[in-house]
Design a protein around this ligand. Structure first.
Ligand code: HAM
Length: 435
């Protein structure tokens, strides 16, 4: 196969036979977010590169190694979004959303781009669902955000997913921690990768999430942030835990979680599972109280999370959670002869106007092939119209599941007659499945 029929490495197609799974989980996510009072935000797939440098952070893996950055013909540096928080924050400021009253709550479903080593659960184009709140400093907001993610997992029937939380403190208490980390990593300098060597002075915390094996080994014994956070941050963290307890959301405190992006302050969290292999973090998020100011706005305590939809679907698959199958064709109308074709075309339109799924031949097949196709697409009912049926003004509808037949008129009574029988059969099916 040539390059014209091959997708780019790290990108995946979502095919018609699978898209219902995506639609189902996306629908659950949207409904859940809306029940928490969030509204959807859609931002462009690309932004000015400097937005990600400033928000995600110059010393992160994402900015240093993974961004799809290019110069436009006009000479601007543009980057395909590696995540959704930066673009949403930019839009919040650009459109002065704070004028509508705080907190502002937004959710999104989007594609992200990171030039990472592709493997199961790690792609170069992937999908995120995320929620962001602007203008909420209270620990209740942290707990509510975590509850929202947790209830999405619950609604999908997922278990065995563990919530891990931590606090990485504020700008002030981070200073002590950073110097402790710096002296620890200084003593292991010879085993650090070149990127981490350059991080030593500028941002030693980033060494903690380096993917290099040797750096990972050293990072395991590094001092943890919880020992260094200030009284206010510690009190905030305690309150978050109290609210999570009140909501019956289970968690473990994992002092090694620091997240791979620079904007975080105070609460950070991840939902982790052991059922999908190495890429085990399905959802990550936290507070980012300094980001809006960093982008030129007023100080605005904010927070959010994003979950990877590919990883979420892997969890559903691993836990054998059934996703409801999409509805199939309600009535396939096969036709034989020119007059019949024309009549079928009109009846199909009527069915569709009544919000039923209706199909008929559009490729000029013979009767037998039409029926084969009806079977293949899983049509619930089929009907054959020939010239005789038109002259008698009636035709037979067949229930494809059990072969039962009933007659319908082909005039203006057609739709009502079909619907009556359709509902009868449908109710019969429902009561049978309830027995
Ligand atoms: P993140 O941890 O970089 O956070 O990504 C969030 C989730 O996206 C991950 O937990 C994972 O499920 C998924 N993900 C990340 N990279 C890949 C990849 N290469 N392939 C497949 N899935 C991936 C953020 O992006 C933050 N913006 C989250 C956030 C929102 N924090 C506050 N608000």
């Amino acid at each position: 196969m040539g390059v014209l029929t091959k997708k780019v490495k790290g990108a995946e197609d979502i095919l018609p036979a699978d898209s219902y799974k995506w639609q189902f989980v996306e629908d659950v996510m949207k409904k859940e977010a809306e029940s928490f009072g969030f509204k959807e935000i859609r931002t462009p797939v690309f932004e000015h590169t400097v937005l990600f440098n400033r928000s995600v952070g110059e010393t992160t893996d994402v900015v240093q190694k993974e961004m799809y950055t290019f110069d436009t013909k006009g000479g601007e540096s543009i980057t395909l979004r590696p995540e959704g928080t930066a673009g949403a924050a930019r839009a919040y400021l650009e459109h002065a959303l704070y004028n509508n009253g705080l907190p502002v709550k937004a959710y999104y479903l989007l594609t992200c781009y990171r030039y990472e080593k592709a493997q199961a659960g790690r792609q170069r184009e992937f999908h995120q669902f995320g929620m962001e709140t602007y203008g909420a400093a209270d620990a209740k907001a942290d707990a509510e955000m975590i509850c929202a993610a947790s209830s999405i997992f619950n609604r999908l029937g997922i278990d065995n997913i563990n919530l891990e939380i931590n606090s990485i403190g504020c700008k002030t208490c981070r200073k002590d921690y950073t110097s402790a980390l710096k002296s620890y990593f200084e003593s292991h300098k010879s085993d650090l990768c070149p990127t981490c060597l350059s991080r030593l002075d500028r941002n030693p915390m980033r060494i903690l999430d380096c993917k290099n094996e040797s750096c990972k080994k050293i990072a395991k014994d590094a001092p943890t942030v919880l020992e260094y956070i200030c009284g206010d941050c510690s009190a905030h963290f305690e309150k978050v835990k109290t609210f999570l307890d009140a909501a019956d959301v289970e968690y473990t405190v994992n002092p090694t979680i620091v997240r791979g992006l620079d904007y975080y302050t105070r609460t950070v969290f991840e939902f982790v599972t052991d059922c999908i292999g190495a890429q085990s973090t399905v959802c990550g998020g936290g507070r980012y109280d300094g980001l809006i100011e960093e982008l030129g706005g007023q100080p605005t305590p904010s927070l959010g999370f994003a979950m990877g939809i590919e990883r979420l679907l892997m969890v559903l698959d691993a836990q054998k959670i059934e996703i409801p199958k999409p509805p199939t064709c309600d009535l396939y109308i096969a036709s034989l002869g020119e007059d019949a074709e024309v009549r079928a075309f009109g009846l199909i339109k009527e069915l569709r106007e009544a919000s039923l799924i209706a199909e008929g031949d559009i490729v000029g097949r013979g009767l037998r092939a039409q029926m084969k196709y009806a079977d293949k697409i899983g049509a619930k009912f089929s009907m054959v119209i020939g010239d005789d049926d038109i002259s008698e003004n009636k035709a037979k509808v067949k229930n494809m599941a059990n072969g039962d037949q009933f007659e319908v008129p082909l005039d203006e009574e057609f739709l009502n007659a079909f619907l009556e029988k359709y509902l009868e059969n449908y109710q019969k099916n429902i009561s049978m499945s309830l027995q």
